[in-house]
Design a protein around this ligand. Structure first.
Ligand SMILES: [Zn+2]
Length: 338
């Protein structure tokens, strides 16, 4: 799942490309009975309202809060996009193929069409190349937008300049909503979020205070709770614990001050490094130009199970355990369990 460094990379690139552009149309084939009656574009009547409120507006800015991309539009409207497990935003020239066997009339998906769609999705994942997609890049074949991970397009915003912002999302878990910009602090997705770990006001004291809100829970799990600290997930929590020498199962109440200080320093450094490398493409994540981030080549713990620990003179071997239903990767030799 895209975490703070991936969402920061996406938002800052889009903030250079999109401001000033006018929205000419929006499209989706998200449609889920589970979202019936909910404020989510997967609910067709909501998407109709979304369309009316968004078409014709201009982009003012793109920013990030937690793992959400926030797009401010003219006339007091904003969009929130949470990419969830596999979503990522791309920007370029696209064309549609209404003759595609995958082509579904938006919002009118019957059960048999849905089954067919699922079968095609499975086949597409297996083949891992573009097969009659509804939306395809209208760009040269060497463009990174043609990366097969970019072909699961389920939401599109087109602009008057002929380019589009598209959301590729193989698992279809992403969330897209619109809201009144001035009510931003009241929408549940934002309201529940803890502080931002890279803000100047987020000091060592603040980190300790936040983490100690869950004194008994394993530190790995606490670091990933968005209501405790915003934006940290599985990859970066593994990496910051490895770098600070703290075992993922440590109880926050037992962690000495000097180790909390180390964790604070490594948290800032690991997240900044993630941004410097334009995010992590171990999984589906791509930058808006369709390219891979490079942080996956920097892992010291995440998915390094069985490899020798990279810490000088450590001689440990990276292990994997389950913590709160998620995998934690760590070095049992130099990461101390408090
Ligand atoms: Zn080690």
């Amino acid at each position: 799942m895209p975490e703070l460094p991936e969402v920061t990379t996406t938002a800052s690139i889009l903030n250079r490309l999109l401001p000033g552009l006018k929205i000419s149309s929006v499209w989706t084939d998200y449609n889920s009975p589970f979202h019936k009656g909910k404020d989510n574009i997967k609910n067709p009547p909501y998407f109709e309202k979304f369309k009316r409120n968004v078409t014709g507006k201009k982009i003012i800015s793109v920013s990030r809060r937690g793992k959400n991309v926030l797009i401010e539009l003219s006339e007091g409207i904003s969009l929130l996009i949470h990419m969830k497990m596999t979503g990522h935003l791309l920007y370029g020239t696209y064309k549609t193929n209404p003759n595609s066997p995958n082509y579904l009339i938006p919002n009118k998906i019957t059960n048999s069409q849905k089954l067919k769609d699922q079968k095609i999705q499975k086949l597409k994942i297996k083949n891992s190349h573009w097969v009659n997609e509804i939306w395809t890049p209208n760009e040269p074949s060497m463009s990174p937008l043609w990366d097969p991970f970019n072909r699961f397009i389920h939401f599109v915003i087109c602009f008057e300049n002929g380019k589009c912002l598209v959301l590729s999302d193989v698992r279809k878990f992403a969330k897209v909503i619109y809201f009144n910009t001035k009510e931003i602090d009241d929408i549940p997705d934002i309201k529940k979020l803890g502080p931002e770990p890279l803000e100047k006001s987020f000091t060592f004291k603040k980190l300790k205070e936040r983490i100690l809100k869950r004194p008994e829970r394993p530190i790995k799990q606490t670091l990933m709770m968005p209501e405790i600290i915003a934006g940290i997930g599985n990859i970066y929590s593994d990496e910051m614990l490895w770098a600070s020498g703290i075992h993922p199962l440590s109880k926050p109440k037992n962690i000495p001050d000097k180790d909390f200080k180390k964790l604070y320093k490594e948290m800032v450094s690991v997240l900044k490094k993630g941004i410097d490398f334009k995010g992590d493409s171990t999984s589906d994540y791509r930058t808006p130009s369709g390219e891979r981030g490079q942080f996956q080549h920097q892992h010291k713990a995440y998915r390094n199970t069985g490899k020798p620990c990279a810490k000088p003179k450590c001689k440990g071997v990276i292990s994997r355990i389950k913590v709160g239903g998620r995998s934690a990767h760590f070095c049992p030799r130099h990461q101390i369990k408090f």
